[in-house]
Design a protein around this ligand. Structure first.
Ligand SMILES: N[C@@H](CCC(=O)N[C@@H](CS)C(=O)NCC(=O)O)C(=O)O
Length: 205
């Protein structure tokens, strides 16, 4: 299997962390693309993912799976012998998916938008809008606050145990540094959870 990625990009990081937690990361050959140079915009890559984004997991039979959560789902279902990260029961699955969607829509996406609109990283392919970027950055700050409140009463984000929701939130908190949003001194619950996440070996892959 091949994983098309850019090592410093946050979505591929979510996949690497997920696979590392399952002990499967050494089963993939990693193919590095330079997104800023547009290596994801070539006709060859577009056949793998018409949305022109990484990560893409290419299976040995040539099947290409784009989308972080689709890849995680494929890996989870293909390896039921590994640690479950997406839920065992209908209730657990629903709770983890709820958090995953909240994190993607209200946390990851605004972080990505703030980054793109404030840094001009992709200004060759989009028109950055600073005021939209600042709006998104404000949403990111609000989500830090929400997470801190949630983690005051919960050790982990969902299902009372470590799951993919923690991976998604952790990668987003780390990504938010690029728009200068960091855990504040008073966000002690978020900091406690972040330290626990940071100490996992998968945080370094
Ligand atoms: N919804 C997609 C988003 C993927 C995505 O936005 N990837 C970024 C890197 S983190 C990318 O490839 N950007 C290249 C571009 O926008 O040109 C997923 O979850 O995998």
């Amino acid at each position: 299997m091949k994983l098309y990625e850019m090592a410093i990009a946050p979505n591929p990081r979510r996949v690497r962390m997920f696979m590392a937690e399952k002990g499967l990361l050494d089963q993939v050959e990693r193919v590095e693309l330079d997104l800023q140079k547009g290596e994801n915009l070539t006709p060859e890559f577009i056949t793998k993912n018409p949305m022109k984004k990484v990560p893409v997991l290419e299976l040995d039979d040539g099947t290409c799976i784009p989308e972080t959560m689709a890849i995680c789902r494929f890996v989870e279902e293909s390896h039921p012998e590994t640690m479950n990260l997406m839920g065992e029961t209908p209730k657990e699955k629903a709770e983890i998916e709820k958090w995953t969607r909240w994190i993607e829509f209200y946390f990851f996406l605004p972080t990505g938008m703030a980054f793109q609109h404030l840094s001009g990283y992709f200004k060759d392919r989009m028109e950055p809008n600073e005021s939209w970027g600042l709006n998104c950055k404000n949403d990111v700050e609000k989500f830090f606050h929400k997470l801190n409140k949630h983690l005051a009463d919960n050790e982990w984000i969902a299902a009372n145990r470590f799951t993919v929701a923690d991976i998604n939130a952790f990668c987003t908190v780390e990504f938010a540094r690029v728009v200068d949003v960091r855990i504040k001194d008073e966000q002690t619950h978020l900091q406690r959870w972040f330290d626990a996440m940071k100490s996992r070996p998968s945080a370094d892959v």
